[in-house]
Structure formats: structure tokens, C-alpha cells
Write a protein that binds this ligand. Structure first.
Ligand code: SF4
Length: 62
């Protein structure tokens, strides 16, 4: 997964929906760790994060 930083407005919904995938930087904008790889078993949570982002800022690359 990737976050389009031009779109991200720091709503933090991604980190709430999928804390194993998304984190927030010091200013509250979403970031991904581990090169954006979704850990095994976290696919559903990651998908929920995509749906819950109000800015459609999360891209899924498969
Ligand atoms: S939910 Fe979307 S807008 Fe909010 S921090 Fe995450 S990527 Fe950014």
C-alpha cells in the first residue's frame, strides 16, 4: 500500500482501521512502514483502511 501524500489530510482513519499497517507521522499524517507491505492476515484491515480514508489517499498495489 502507498499513501498519496498530496491527498492525505491527516484524518488518521487508516491508523485506526489498520494499526499494523499504518502509522502517523509527528504531524498526524498517515505513513506506512515496512515498504508498504501488508503483513499476513492484515489484508482485511488494510482494505478497511482504504475504504475509511476520506481523501481516497491510499493506493493498493498488488
Ligand atoms: S486516513 Fe487517509 S487522509 Fe487520513 S491519515 Fe490516513 S491516508 Fe491520510
Amino acid at each position: 500500500v502507498r499513501i498519496d501524500s498530496d491527498r492525505c489530510q491527516g484524518h488518521a482513519q487508516c491508523a485506526i482501521a489498520a494499526p499494523a499497517v499504518f502509522d502517523l507521522d509527528d504531524e498526524g499524517f498517515g505513513i506506512v512502514g515496512d515498504d508498504g507491505l501488508v503483513p499476513e492476515g492484515e489484508e482485511r484491515a488494510a482494505q478497511q483502511a482504504v475504504s475509511s480514508c476520506p481523501e481516497q489517499a491510499i493506493l493498493v498495489i498488488e
